[in-house]
Design a protein around this ligand. Structure first.
Ligand code: PEP
Length: 250
């Protein structure tokens, strides 16, 4: 089966209302002719509705960069899955390495968030990947498998009809040090094998697995030519409409 490529923008903590509007109006005309690729913007929480308004009459998907797993309650500063649905989000990034590293998210809380996303009909983009020291010690496979084991724990096979995993080596994020295409290929093949062995062939076939880590217009084609890489999760190069359009039109 063929999986639709997904090119996802993680805007992190960037942009203002006018910048969001001008991005979408500059970006969409450059990509509107293509029909076979999915494109997604994940803005900071306060701009979700701004992107939603700006994307009307386009085929741009909308996502959040994080969420909490509870439905509602006394959780100051948090955002619930139902709120993201209410704001028309289709996707949510879960377990980004900046959430794990800076904000102390654990494999267990990430697992709870993946369950909550599935329950609320949001498509989770689960991020996994190793640190530089772990790669140097040849621990890459072990780390990825441990994250997958814990982050996907107790998910029903049906969750894999619409689930995305992003392989993001932490040392490659925002550093300009992108992974070798073969290393990205091998890590993604390992992830697909894991899903196959735990959740069955259909789950492995349906799951889109992205590469993320200093993807730029000049290296996108190389990644996308690797078997099994279904798209990219992009930080820095997604902030400029020309550059993000080049990634979508790779
Ligand atoms: C990211 O934040 O997920 C990311 C991959 O960032 P960058 O493209 O800037 O490396």
């Amino acid at each position: 089966m063929s999986r639709r490529p997904l090119i996802a923008a993680n805007w992190k903590m960037h942009k203002t209302t006018p910048e969001v509007r001008s991005f979408v109006s500059a970006f969409w005309p450059k990509v509107s002719a293509g029909t076979e690729r999915d494109m997604l913007i994940c803005p900071p929480f306060p701009y979700i509705s701004t992107v939603d308004e700006a994307r009307r009459d386009t085929r741009i998907f909308l996502g959040a960069q994080n969420m909490y797993f509870e439905e509602k309650g006394a959780f100051t500063g948090e955002v619930a899955p139902g709120m993201l649905k209410d704001l028309k989000c289709e996707y949510v990034i879960i377990g980004h390495s900046e959430r794990r590293g800076i904000f102390g998210e654990t494999d267990e809380s990430i697992n709870t968030k993946v369950h909550a996303a599935v329950k609320y009909g949001l498509i989770p983009i689960l991020c996994v990947g190793e640190k530089k020291e772990e790669r140097q010690k040849n621990l890459t496979e072990q780390i990825i498998l441990r994250q997958l084991e814990k982050n996907l724990k107790d998910l029903p096979d049906t969750a894999f009809t619409n689930l995305v995993i992003a392989y993001e080596p932490i040392w490659a994020i925002g550093t300009g040090l992108n992974a070798e295409a073969k290393d990205a290929h091998d890590a993604i093949a390992l992830i697909r094998e894991f899903i196959h062995s735990k959740f069955g062939e259909n789950s492995a076939e349906n799951t889109r697995i992205l590469y993320g880590g200093s993807v730029k217009p000049d290296n996108m084609k190389l990644y996308m030519s690797q078997k099994g890489i279904d798209g990219a999760l992009v930080g820095g190069a997604s902030l400029d409409p020309d550059s993000f359009a080049k990634l979508v039109n790779y």
